[in-house]
Design a protein. Structure first.
Length: 516
């Protein structure tokens, strides 16, 4: 019903209700004029019909003018398989898909949106990337308008282009010539689109980056000074730098250099001077600036990246960390606005979905029936239709159910996650939190202690201290509080401060008891 009302309102809040109100006023007015003998019955009927029709035509005009543009047609290029359907997710398999990805920002006709193969790779579970069936399943869940499946043959490469149930088939000696055939025989590309060649080494390095093998990239590229390879090297350094913890409290008083960022900046500077920078160069410079909290620099870099590649969901996500006032020139008035666009570009983007669902929930009342909660759940459920087993999104859903007080649902979700990744301490920590909320303190404690045994989980130390205190075992509570403080990540570690409060509370209560 809500969707129908929104549709009839034509994008104008309450539009259909305003129309009906004015229609009612017109009919009541002419009924009054007829009753008061100012108009004859025939004249009143005629005027009522004329004015109602004029109002309807005006409403239709406004409705048409305020309709949002038609959504872009999503195009998915699957990895290349052999004619016997065998498949391995290596650089050769993504040659055609990479050619498409490179031309996405500028060569595609505006009505088409390329769903880049790298986005698909990041959506699919790492254990499933070598199964072409999983690629097809994930691609179809995105509801693409066009899907392209390439095949390697003994004599070259061919592909099927499927749109609206119809198929076109193309064959060529190589991926580059095949792309030119697709350009000539479909309406996907602009007339002046030009396609660059691929450096196989750079494509191999990109795959390593997608697998988070940053050190392997640096080792493989050590003796290569090619500009495209240098881009991959710089990205590897940025990714490594983003993993470095930073003491924000300490950073307020002294400059803390990130050695990986410094190396990346030197390479990016070299690329820019050589005129070999890409939208990705500006994107990674923007990410470093966001991490360093130098938002003015971040704005410059990310806006440059956005102008050059406006359909890149990753760039939009980073832009969402800027103050909304900085984004009004692009038509975004809130963080939710830009995150909605991010997820519309890539519905399988787990970090974008995570941030949007969190933003929806935090903007609401925190109640089960609230608009914020409803939209957060809808965002999560839409993603889970694409990747039903994604642990990060399942964990977010569980945390929302926990906050809403649905402990049994949260427990089932966390139990499922723990079964999938029993070696992850957070799985057991989260189970402990649910049990703690259910006042099952002994069972919760076992979960916290297991999380600590796996990898000395910091949050589990704090909760173990709180749980021991609830059980009246203050000496053990003090031990775990102190252990949490000893492992503090910096002066701004708020959970270490909570542990300190716990110690003070126990010591205060003990002093009071002794005085009495």
């Amino acid at each position: 019903m809500e969707q129908l009302i929104n549709f009839l309102s034509g994008g104008v809040p309450g539009g259909i209700l305003v129309f009906l109100l004015f229609l009612l006023i017109i009919n009541l007015a002419f009924s009054f004029l007829k009753t008061s003998k100012l108009f004859s019955a025939e004249q009143s009927k005629k005027n009522r019909r004329t004015y109602s029709l004029a109002l309807l035509m005006l409403y239709i005009g406004i409705w048409l003018a305020t309709q949002p543009p038609k959504p872009q047609i999503r195009v998915v290029v699957l990895p290349t398989i052999s004619t016997d359907a065998s498949f391995k997710a290596d650089a050769r398999a993504f040659e055609l898909a990479e050619l498409f990805r490179r031309c996405a920002p500028s060569a595609f006709e505006p009505k088409y949106l390329l769903h880049r193969w790298t986005w698909l790779y990041e959506t699919i579970d790492p254990d499933s990337v070598n199964f072409i069936s999983q690629w097809k399943k994930t691609a179809l869940a995105l509801r693409p308008g066009i899907i392209i499946q390439p095949y390697y043959k003994k004599t070259g490469i061919s592909c099927s282009v499927v749109a609206d149930g119809d198929s076109l088939y193309f064959t060529a000696s190589g991926a580059h010539s095949l792309l030119n055939k697709i350009k000539r025989n479909t309406g996907l590309f602009k007339e002046k689109a030009v396609f660059s060649q691929i450096d196989p080494k750079a494509l191999t390095l990109r795959l390593l980056l997608l697998k988070n093998k940053n050190d392997a990239v640096l080792q493989s590229a050590a003796a290569d000074s090619g500009l495209e390879v240098l881009q991959m090297v710089a990205e590897a350094y940025v990714r490594k730098g983003l993993l470095r913890p930073i003491d924000r409290e300490k950073a307020k008083y002294m400059k803390i250099e990130n050695p990986d960022f410094q190396k990346a900046k030197r390479i990016f500077s070299k690329l820019i001077k050589a005129g070999a920078d890409t939208p990705e160069t500006a994107y990674w410079l923007g990410r470093m600036a966001i991490y360093d909290q130098t938002y003015t620099k971040a704005e410059v870099y990310l806006k440059k990246a956005f102008v050059e590649d406006p359909s890149n969901a990753r760039i939009l996500l980073q832009l969402s960390y800027l103050h909304p006032d900085r984004l009004k020139e692009f038509g975004y008035n809130s963080r939710i606005d830009i995150l909605k666009r991010t997820v519309s570009l890539d519905p399988g983007f787990r970090e974008g979905v995570f941030q949007l669902a969190q933003e929806y929930y935090n903007s609401g009342t925190g109640t089960a029936s609230g608009t914020g909660t409803t939209k957060a759940r809808q965002t999560i459920e839409t993603f889970l239709k694409i990747n039903r087993e994604d642990l990060k999104i399942l964990s977010l859903l569980a945390s929302i159910e926990l906050k809403l007080g649905y402990y049994d649902i949260a427990f089932q979700l966390y139990e499922k996650i723990a079964a999938r990744v029993p070696e992850a301490s957070n799985s057991w920590y989260n189970l402990g939190v649910v049990r703690f909320m259910k006042k099952e303190y002994r069972e919760a404690l076992q979960n916290f202690l297991k999380a600590i045994a796996i990898d000395k989980n910091l949050d589990a130390y704090l909760y173990a201290g709180i749980t021991y205190r609830m059980l009246g075992e203050n000496e053990k509570a003090l031990h775990y509080y102190r252990e949490r403080i000893r492992r503090k990540s910096g002066d701004d570690d708020k959970w270490a401060k909570e542990a300190m409060k716990g110690i003070r509370k126990i010591l205060s209560d003990t002093t009071i008891k002794h005085e009495h």
